[in-house]
Design a binder for this molecule. Structure first.
Ligand code: FNR
Length: 372
């Protein structure tokens, strides 16, 4: 269909399912095992209801905000998803360009199809980019990648901590890996297993021995970049992360691609916020701001608003971005971001919030979140 006919983020997925190559579709759309967590990520949002406020003069609404101190037109970012060229011949550079146009932040994946430098070079002057890091068993190699990212002006490093081993995504495993990854950096230079799908083929370098004690070394190598742990899944680890001195966390189960039956990130957000508050890590003027992000299953601006009202700085969006990229390229991603902006404007008005600061916990009814 014509791009004009695309009305929501869901529409990109429906088109992608029909027009994408099987290998790309199976890699992007798959979740671990029975895909229970993948579906729950989105479904959990259905159990949160708004408590809208009225008569607040919402003629002008402003949903711009800051992520880790960096301006963004709305509280979302493009999260890291590997192997962009399985969906579009130009790969992740299309995301870089659309992000610039709409003033949102892109997180560059370690396993991008485009090279890291290509994606940094494609950025507009002043465009902020983050980087996602898989830690290699060869730490010298990882330190080099991190130092290079800092030198190239990357502002924050999102260390993925939910993937000591890649989950089993059976849909993906059925299509044999035929090689869409481009560079030695991408494959980590290791032996590649080609019999278990794209994900497993490219991830054999990831170090399962990674642990809390390694963070100091990585922080040093990061030369002042902000450090965020991506893939925190309970409040205890959120508190440990804050104690370890990182700048924030992403509540994430990797889009339901790792441990099946890992909880939906939005469902654990309230417990994480209260634990961090109780331990003195939230809204504490004597500490640098600790930021919480959420990703998984976000498909509407209303989903984003729920997460922000409950205490998240912003949310990451994965699959919708790569479905938009795979179907309509840069224009598709641009359209997706415009749809979100339009949804934001309308829903901010309807809920009675003039700016991001007015999205507060009392605007969300969480009573059904863990109920029957
Ligand atoms: C991912 N994700 C991911 N995360 C990461 O840290 N490194 C990576 O290389 C990838 N690669 C990747 C590929 C694909 C195809 C998907 C769908 C996801 C996880 C991603 O950053 C994020 O956590 C989820 O995508 C969020 O869920 P949604 O928005 O896809 O529902």
């Amino acid at each position: 269909p014509d791009l004009e006919q695309i009305l929501s983020l869901h529409d990109f997925e429906a088109v992608a399912r029909r027009v994408m190559g099987r290998r790309g579709w199976n890699y992007y759309s798959s979740g671990a095992d029975d895909e229970i967590s993948m579906r729950e990520n989105h479904n959990a949002y259905h159990r949160l209801w708004f408590r809208p406020r009225i008569l607040r003069n919402v003629a002008n609404v402003d949903f711009s905000t800051k992520i880790l101190g960096f301006a963004t037109s709305m509280p979302i970012y493009i999260t890291a998803t590997a192997l962009g060229k399985l969906g579009h011949p130009e790969g992740e550079v299309t995301l870089t360009r659309a992000a610039a146009k709409h003033n949102v932040i892109q997180m560059i994946p370690t396993l991008a199809s485009c090279s890291f430098d290509e994606l940094v070079d494609a950025a507009a002057p002043g465009q902020v980019q983050f980087m996602q890091l898989y830690v290699n068993a060869d730490r010298a190699r990882t330190r080099k990648i991190v130092a290079h990212a800092a030198d190239r002006g990357i502002k924050a490093l999102f260390i993925t901590v939910d993937a000591p081993q890649l989950g089993r995504r059976e849909k993906d495993m059925r299509t044999k890996f035929e090689g869409a990854a481009s560079s030695a950096q991408t494959t980590g230079g290791d032996k590649v297993r080609r019999d278990q799908g794209a994900a497993r083929a490219i991830s054999s370098f990831i170090d399962p021995s990674l642990n809390w004690a390694d963070l100091k070394d990585l922080t040093e190598a990061a030369k002042g970049m902000k450090i965020i742990l991506k893939g925190v899944q309970c409040w205890e680890d959120a508190v440990l992360a804050a104690e370890a001195g990182v700048d924030g966390i992403v509540l994430s189960n990797h889009g339901g691609r790792q441990l099946d039956y890992a909880p939906a990130p939005i469902a654990i957000l309230p417990s994480v916020v209260s634990a961090l508050t109780a331990h003195g890590y939230m809204n504490n003027p004597s500490r640098p701001k600790f930021e919480i992000f959420v990703d998984g299953g976000v498909r509407r601006a209303s989903d984003v608003m729920k997460a922000v009202a409950l205490g998240a700085t912003a949310v990451g969006i994965g699959r919708p971005m790569i479905y938009a990229m795979s179907t309509y390229g840069e224009e598709g991603i641009s359209k997706l971001l415009q749809i979100l902006k339009d949804e934001f404007e309308m829903n901010m008005r309807l809920v009675g919030a003039r700016n991001i600061g007015e999205l507060v916990p009392s605007m969300i009814d969480t009573s059904a979140l863990h109920g029957a």
